[in-house]
Ligand binder design. Structure first.
Ligand SMILES: [Zn+2]
Length: 256
């Protein structure tokens, strides 16, 4: 376990970031050992949204200072739209970036290889959680999260950020349809984010790419915590869609 991540429970039901814990921000990323988190078999429906956390998850994550009876969540579609979570929690819409200025109202992002990024401006008391895979990156999801926080009074240079466990360049092989989109969105730069793979394929480093995109959006690199824990390399702890898992990891944060 990277020293920047703190395991909770044995086996750990959730992980926290040392950096965000030091700031007093309640947050967690669940592991496969956390009960009561909806899987990919239970997708969120925009027509009749139901909280993706059952009673045992609510109980488990209360220990992290998160009241999931007030959780804000979305139907995620690999886009870059942002929405403010409803006051008191609930369904925020079909978006991949959630923002909040409401204390004690957790934001939830679901992943199983994609990045979940938490962004926090302690001074403006503004919080964002973003879902970013390669499609979201092509559409600018990380940058959209910084911009959405800006509309709530946050400033990029004041943001503390954390990147939850997600698929690493060790395991993320992509082919031409993906690299074509990357090249279109980030000409001149995308090649720095890939290394050669098998013929016709490359290994994509979503971590380095999103760190670069956050930096360009004005976030201080030293304030971006990325433990670089790969979901596909750690099947005993995490879920990986690439590895054929259908469970989901939830990354949560709430303003204190
Ligand atoms: Zn890996």
């Amino acid at each position: 376990m990277p020293s920047s991540l703190i395991p909770h429970g044995s086996p750990p039901a959730y992980l926290t970031f040392a950096s965000l814990a030091a700031l007093g921000l309640p947050h967690a990323t669940t592991t496969r050992h956390c009960p009561g988190v909806a899987s990919f078999a239970e997708p969120i429906s925009a027509a009749s949204p139901v909280s993706p956390f059952r009673a045992d998850a609510i109980r488990t994550l209360a220990a992290a200072g998160l009241d999931l009876r007030r959780v804000g969540y979305a139907k995620q579609i690999h886009g870059a739209e942002a929405a403010q979570a409803p006051a008191g929690g609930g369904f925020a819409g079909t978006v991949d970036v959630l923002v909040s200025v409401e204390p004690r109202t957790p934001l939830a992002i679901f992943t199983a290889d994609c990045l979940a990024i938490i962004l926090y401006d302690r001074e403006a008391r503004a919080l964002a959680a973003a879902h970013v895979g390669w499609r979201g990156m092509v559409r600018g999801a990380a940058q959209a999260a910084v911009a959405a926080l800006g509309r709530l009074g946050a400033r990029p240079e004041r943001l503390d950020a954390a990147i939850a466990p997600s698929i690493g360049p060790c395991c993320y092989e992509v082919d031409e349809p993906v690299t074509r989109e990357l090249a279109r969105a980030y000409p001149l730069r995308w090649e720095a984010w890939v290394t050669p793979g098998r013929p016709g394929r490359v290994m994509l480093d979503l971590w380095t790419a999103n760190e670069a995109l956050l930096r360009e959006a004005g976030v201080e690199p030293a304030r971006v915590e990325n433990p670089r824990l790969c979901t596909a390399c750690h099947p005993e702890l995490l879920y990986s869609y690439r590895r054929g898992n259908r469970g989901r990891l939830a990354t949560l944060a709430a303003l204190p």
